[in-house]
Design a protein around this ligand. Structure first.
Ligand SMILES: C[S@@+](CC[C@H](N)C(=O)[O-])C[C@H]1O[C@@H](n2cnc3c(N)ncnc32)[C@H](O)[C@@H]1O
Length: 204
């Protein structure tokens, strides 16, 4: 693996999942969006850079049956598995670096909150977008959250690339069209606000 792998393994090894800046008790916005764009419980959903997010808990509660969580840090996935207990067996867990991963199937919904924005080089962004192309099909949706243009320029000690819905749309076009956008204010566990761009795209 690489320095990013080591970084994220260390972060999840030493910090409680509830104490990281990106922690959300319930990722309500993303859950509502998945339910709206993919109402069938057979819809397949992948959470890219899902970390130890509780999105997977919410998806299981709704009743989705085809859920994958991918993260560069196996330590993050272990936290979610421990939290979910027996329910973890219903999830496909993938410890992989999105910039060197080649999907062998497609998903109806590709969700990414705060993973893509860590890819700050054109090479890594292209690798991500190639995986996105291979991992989706016509009609698939992408739900993407990144730091907004007025959001922080670093997270977890690493630089990030900030986006508006329009600059994100430029990255995923012409394959994906912007359907919906909003700006979200995330409250960190210590009460700071972080400005996020939230955008939903559909593949034509
Ligand atoms: C800020 S955290 C967000 C976690 C989760 N999406 C959430 O909202 O709680 C960023 C996540 O992206 C993962 N990540 C960073 N670079 C990655 C890469 N190249 N491939 C896969 N996952 C990556 C990290 O391990 C971490 O779990």
């Amino acid at each position: 693996m690489n320095e990013f792998h080591d970084h994220w393994q260390r972060v999840y090894g030493k910090k409680a999942e509830t104490s990281v800046s990106w922690y959300q008790a319930t990722p309500a916005r993303a859950l509502a969006s998945v339910r709206e764009i993919a109402p069938s419980l057979e819809a397949s959903i992948i959470d890219i850079g899902g970390g130890a997010s509780t999105l997977v808990d919410g998806l299981l509660e709704v009743g989705y049956t085809d859920i994958t969580v991918l993260d560069i840090a196996a330590a993050a996935l272990e936290k979610s598995k421990a939290r979910l207990g027996a329910r973890a067996a219903h999830i496909n867990w993938m410890a992989a670096d999105i910039t060197s991963w080649s999907p062998s199937r497609t998903w109806d919904v590709w969700h990414d909150r705060a993973a893509f924005h860590f890819l700050t080089t054109p090479e890594n962004q292209t690798r991500y977008l190639n995986a996105l192309e291979r991992g989706t099909k016509a009609g698939s949706h992408v739900i993407m959250s990144t730091f907004a243009l007025d959001g922080p320029d670093r997270c977890s000690g690493l630089p990030v690339q900030r986006y508006s819905a329009q600059t994100l749309a430029q990255k995923v076009s012409p394959l994906f069209k912007l359907m919906e956008e909003s700006q979200e204010q995330h409250l960190t566990p210590w009460g700071a606000t972080q400005s996020f761009t939230f955008a939903v795209f559909v593949r034509s």
